[in-house]
Design a protein around this ligand. Structure first.
Ligand code: AHM
Ligand code: MG
Length: 284
């Protein structure tokens, strides 16, 4: 696992360099979800694929930017599912973006995830990584190296921040009422449109809730299970928080039928997730 994490550190420096130096425009292609790809999406995807080619532990790669499974090493153990540059449409307004990695032992589904990591490209490059049975570890780059900032990231029991995703016009009434109630209770809005910096902020600064519900235009939500939802669910649970879908099921129990399947998702401190369950009529 250390080899995989070291590879992610190397990738982080390369993608950060690409963000700072490459053209920010669109490429000529679409990804497998039919979205226009930025040149940076394509470049970041290429950097990751190239980096894992030399890691013999990796059996397969599955990228948010590609349709199928990329077989790498027949004798490898892990499937690495990744979103090369999440929130890439924010790069041209100079907001933070990220990369997300889920490391699966066996068929890629929630219960087989054994480690996950994300990289935040902001004023500094930071990495959060977690393995089973341990609290997430937080690293920050300085002078070409990643230094440990915290070896045990723990989420607060009750937070202050609320990051509600999806177009509000398309929220159902009970979701809208729930979000309004949180604001009435004193929660502050923190939503950049990049799930990596948004979830990173909640994790490190006071706790709270990040939600991306099913909406009338996207009943199954927007965020992809393998590359976004399950890796973050793991980190939030390892930090002592909770991560559930709209029926109260742990996101770690998700079994995607297709690599690009999405799910409504809620990540947060225990207090906010319990409040959400009540508002959604979910019994514990
Ligand atoms: P992307 O993978 O195409 O970049 O989309 C994912 C991003 C997340 O980072 C973010 O939470 C979400 O899309 C924002 O969506 P919205 O603008 O609908 O709130
Ligand atoms: Mg994404």
């Amino acid at each position: 696992m250390l080899t995989i994490f070291e590879t992610i550190e190397m990738i982080a420096f390369k993608i950060d360099h690409a963000i700072k130096t490459e053209d920010l425009g669109y490429s000529q292609s679409e990804n497998s979800s039919g979205e226009d790809q930025l040149k940076l999406d394509v470049k970041s995807d290429y950097i990751i694929e190239e980096a894992f080619r030399s890691v013999s532990l990796v059996k397969d790669l599955i990228s948010e930017e590609k349709e199928g499974v990329m077989p790498l090493h027949n004798d490898g153990k892990y499937t690495v599912c990744y979103d090369p540059l999440d929130g890439s449409s924010l790069a041209d307004v100079n907001l933070s973006v990220g990369s997300i990695f889920g490391i699966y032992d066996g068929e890629p589904k929630g219960e087989n995830l054994v480690a996950s990591a994300y990289v935040v490209y902001g004023p500094r490059i930071e990495i959060m990584r977690a393995v089973k049975g341990e609290r997430p570890k937080h690293y920050r780059a300085q002078d070409g190296f990643f230094n440990l900032v915290s070896k045990e990231v723990v989420l607060k029991e009750k937070g202050k921040l609320n990051a509600p995703g999806g177009t509000q016009q398309n929220w159902c009434d009970y979701h809208k009422n729930f979000v309004d109630d949180l604001f009435a209770e004193g929660y502050r809005l923190r939503y950049s449109g990049g799930m990596v910096p948004d979830l990173h902020q909640i994790l490190l600064k006071g706790g709270g809730l990040f939600s991306y519900p099913g909406t009338s235009d996207k009943p199954h939500g927007k965020l992809r299970q393998l590359f976004e939802v399950i890796p973050f669910a793991f980190i939030y649970e390892q930090a002592g928080g909770q991560a559930i879908d709209a029926k109260g099921k742990r996101l770690m129990e998700l079994v995607p039928a297709h690599p690009h399947d999405t799910s409504p998702c809620f990540f947060g401190s225990n207090y906010e997730i319990e409040a959400l369950k009540k508002a959604y009529g979910i019994k514990n």
